[in-house]
Design a protein around this ligand. Structure first.
Ligand code: R5P
Length: 300
């Protein structure tokens, strides 16, 4: 298992879960800004894994990942399997407006062209992105890791802060055996959102907002405000990926739980680790066992 430089602490944790050590690789930046890579051990004929999150500085980490794949391919690795805890550029997954790109497809093409044989990722922004790949892709769910924080609430209700997260909300609600509610969100700029109607009942309930991404925090903050105005008793949030900007404040939200798919030093959120989840999926993949069935049997 090798890692790029996007998330070395998660890669180290994952290596410990898998009872292995990280492969030796040197990544450097040339004076003109280009990335150079040297794999410092033989990988000939080996099944190689590379962990990299495409976040924080997505252009740099994507290019670094492509260069690592190329180095491993030219070093005769048997196969190169990517562990991408956060798959960046996923929000541009369709032509939202005329003359927009579809970056999720572009990134999928680049990874395959470089030599990736398989991808393990988590909570893709939309599941259709799986179809952008012509290699196997396993899209894990952070739900079992996040759910622990929702245990013990007296009258929970799962709230989707926009129409895109209804399916995610329904899955959380099925496990908690509670109702869902949905807010009609409209993004007016990359940094601002407007909330419309709330569909469902949150009066007197402990609201659990669920989302795949938190960035500026505006979506969660305004959704919590809508819930409070509609009589919610308390509000908390469970989010898969924290792409937190400095401006994120989370007014009106008791706690925000995120996974460590992306490194974060933000003190306003609590991070839970996905290393056991990734590790279990990799172990099962190596043994040729079902990955979907692990959600029924595992205690993460
Ligand atoms: C949007 O489709 C996503 O699911 C998130 O709701 C969004 O990215 C959150 O962004 P922010 O925290 O900046 O409102």
């Amino acid at each position: 298992m090798f890692t790029g430089s996007s998330h070395e602490s998660l890669a180290g944790e994952l290596a410990r879960v898998l009872d292995t050590s990280l492969g030796k690789i040197q990544i450097e930046t040339f004076p003109d800004g280009e990335t150079g890579v040297e794999v410092l051990q033989s990988v000939r004929g080996r099944r190689v894994f590379v962990l990299q999150s495409i976040a924080i500085n997505p252009n740099h980490f994507l290019m670094e990942l492509l260069i690592i794949i190329d180095a491993l391919k030219r070093a005769s690795a048997k196969s190169i399997e990517l562990v991408i805890p956060y798959f960046g550029y996923a929000r541009q997954d369709r032509k939202g407006m005329e003359r927009n790109p579809i970056t999720a497809k572009l990134v999928a093409d680049l990874l395959q062209k470089a030599g990736a044989a398989r991808v393990l990722t988590m909570d893709l922004h939309t599941e259709q992105i799986e179809g952008f790949f012509n290699i196997p892709i396993d899209n894990l769910y952070a739900r079992p890791v996040l759910m622990k924080s929702a245990e013990g609430l007296q009258s929970p209700v799962i709230v989707s802060p926009d129409l895109g997260r209804i399916k995610m909300a329904r899955h959380f609600a099925e496990e908690l055996k509670c109702e869902i509610a949905v807010i009609d969100k409209k993004r007016v700029s990359p940094e601002n959102v407007e909330m419309g109607a709330l569909i469902g009942n949150v009066k007197g309930k402990d609201v659990i907002l669920v989302d795949d991404i938190v960035s500026t925090g505006k979506t969660l903050e305004i959704a919590a405000k809508v819930c409070t105005l509609n009589g919610a008793k308390s509000c908390r949030a469970l989010v898969s990926h924290a792409l937190l900007s400095e401006k994120a404040r989370f007014d009106g939200i008791e706690e925000v739980i995120v996974t460590n798919s992306v490194p974060s030093s933000n003190k306003r959120v609590k991070q839970v680790s996905i290393a056991p989840l990734l590790g279990e999926a990799i172990k099962r993949g190596l043994k040729g066992e079902s990955i979907s069935s692990m959600y029924r049997s595992m205690k993460i």
